[in-house]
Ligand binder design. Structure first.
Ligand code: UDX
Ligand code: UDX
Length: 454
């Protein structure tokens, strides 16, 4: 393998190819994207996304064996292996709107590969796609010219944002799905050899294409389900005086359950969980399994409820009115260490606060620009990079993203500048409620006893 192309320089394509380029200096890695501004940013060594460690990895290979370009079609003609990493958002129109995956970018890309490929190509699905899409891709490729040959593999990406580079460098597993034919097996071996440069072989799993595709949806559904499960228990804790941290610890020490992904909070966000579950549910329905669809949909419904419950509690304890009150929103990204705001719980929470006629002042170390694109200043929203300024004159702080820097703030100074009584709603259980209470806050963590004095 001498030349790899990836179509789509997004959160998945960019970091993944940079790590492949790092470990395969003898392979030319090209990332092509239809968005010329994104391409220019990557090619300048300043990635258009924030991801710890990414810039160093990109800069180390740029100009050696890593290149970004907007010439998608020209590069297709030269590649031996093409990763497809274009976005597959939830459909917003027509059949399956709000649930099914929108495959228009993906299909256009497949047709473009068919039109421009000039040699045998291994096409690798990186985008998360509904089960059996590889089959559809193969059908498009059946219209090939005699000089063309295509082999389609599925290689779902399990990286999480904020830890993308570490996840790519030390994956729990790499999953490769291919056809059970000699050509399919040979293509899988080619891709295995690339990952084997830095991933131990026993962590490289192979499967048939359908199983690989379904595994990605299933993994995200399981992870999201854990978050909704712990949030459901947190709701019971709040009503009964139990502490979710003690409960999570007691559950998590059972080796069969495990301790990961048991942090209660304002709910899951990000581009994947909701999209993939809705997609899974839609698939279930298409295959005559409505009860299974309802089961997975409940995970999303509970996640919506968690965000609404957070704002209801704010309204209730703040004397049943937020009208005209300044609320400082600490964190807008869907999780720490990313500037990504896609499906962030903060979006819905800010909308609910605005519906209560609160004045919302958003602060975030990386996602303020993303917040600006979603809310206009005339909606009653302010944007403030400095958390101290954001909290100045506020009635309450709603902490929505688990940024470590929010732990290191001087809350005594913050409280001094706030209206009294000062409320703090810790939507991530990031801060020490006892300490904050001593300072004079009325503290409301998630799934833990309130600490109120006024
Ligand atoms: C990825 C996967 O592709 C998606 O299926 C998975 O569920 C989540 O992660 P992501 O990398 O986050 O998506 O998407 P995004 O950051 O939007 O990047 C997609 C890129 O593809 C964009 O830069 C876009 O310009 C590019 N694109 C899109 C093309 O180059 N060609 C197209 O036809 C469409
Ligand atoms: C997820 C999957 O982890 C990854 O494998 C897949 O490739 C893409 O989707 P990502 O969305 O980047 O990754 O972030 P993740 O760390 O999984 O967090 C998702 C959401 O769940 C975040 O909003 C996070 O704050 C929330 N979460 C996570 C919790 O509320 N509690 C937890 O215990 C864990």
């Amino acid at each position: 393998m001498r030349r790899i192309l990836c179509i789509g320089a997004g959160y998945v394509g960019g970091p993944t190819m940079s790590v492949i380029a790092k470990h395969c200096p003898d392979v030319e890695v090209v990332v092509a994207d239809i968005n010329p501004e994104r391409v220019a940013a990557w090619q300048s060594g300043q990635p258009p996304i924030f991801e710890p460690g990414l810039q160093d990895v990109v800069q180390a290979s740029l100009g050696r064996n890593l290149r970004f370009t907007a010439d998608v079609e020209g590069e297709i003609g030269k590649a031996e292996m093409i990763f497809v990493s274009v976005n597959t958002p939830t459909k917003t129109f027509g059949q399956g709107a709000g649930r099914a995956a929108d495959l228009q970018h993906w299909e256009k890309t497949a047709r473009s590969i068919l039109q421009h490929a000039r040699r045998p190509v291994i096409v690798v699905e990186k985008s998360t796609l509904p089960v059996r899409t590889a089959e559809a891709m193969e059908r498009i490729f059946r219209n090939r010219r005699p000089d063309q040959r295509f082999e389609v593999l599925s290689n779902p990406e399990f990286l999480a944002e904020g830890t993308a580079i570490a996840d790519l460098e030390h994956p729990d597993r790499v999953l490769i799905g291919g056809a059970e034919t000699p050509a399919g097996q040979a293509a899988m071996r080619e891709l295995v050899e690339i990952y084997a440069r830095w991933v131990p072989r026993d962590r490289i799993l192979t499967a048939n294409v359908w199983s690989a595709e379904l595994s990605k949806l299933a993994a995200n559904a399981f992870l999201a389900q854990r978050v909704s499960s712990i949030n459901a228990i947190a709701a019971i804790c709040e009503q009964t005086g139990a502490d979710i941290l003690s409960v999570a610890k007691a559950i998590g020490t059972d080796r069969r359950i495990g301790s990961g992904f048991l942090r209660a909070g304002v709910g899951f966000g990000g581009s994947c969980f909701q999209k993939d579950i809705l997609n899974l549910a839609y698939l279930c329905e298409q295959h005559g399994l409505p009860e299974v669809a309802r089961y997975w949909e409940a995970v999303v419904a509970l996640n919506q409820h968690q965000k609404e419950r957070f704002v209801h509690r704010m309204v209730r304890v703040m004397f049943n009115t937020l009208a005209g009150k300044r609320i400082a929103v600490f964190g807008f990204a869907f999780k720490a260490n990313t500037g990504d705001t896609r499906e962030s719980p903060a979006i819905r929470i800010c909308q609910e606060l605005l519906a209560e006629q609160a004045q919302v002042c958003i602060t975030d170390p990386q996602a303020l620009e993303g917040a600006r694109q979603l809310f206009a200043s005339d909606d009653g929203v302010m944007f403030e990079p400095d958390p101290y300024e954001a909290a100045d004159g506020a009635h309450a702080i709603a902490l929505l993203t688990d940024w470590a820097e929010y732990r290191a703030l001087d809350y005594r100074r913050i409280q001094a500048g706030m209206e009294r009584p000062a409320f703090l709603f810790d939507g991530r259980n990031l801060l020490d409620p006892e300490e904050l209470h001593q300072i004079g806050f009325n503290v409301y963590p998630i799934g833990r006893p309130d600490r109120t004095s006024l």
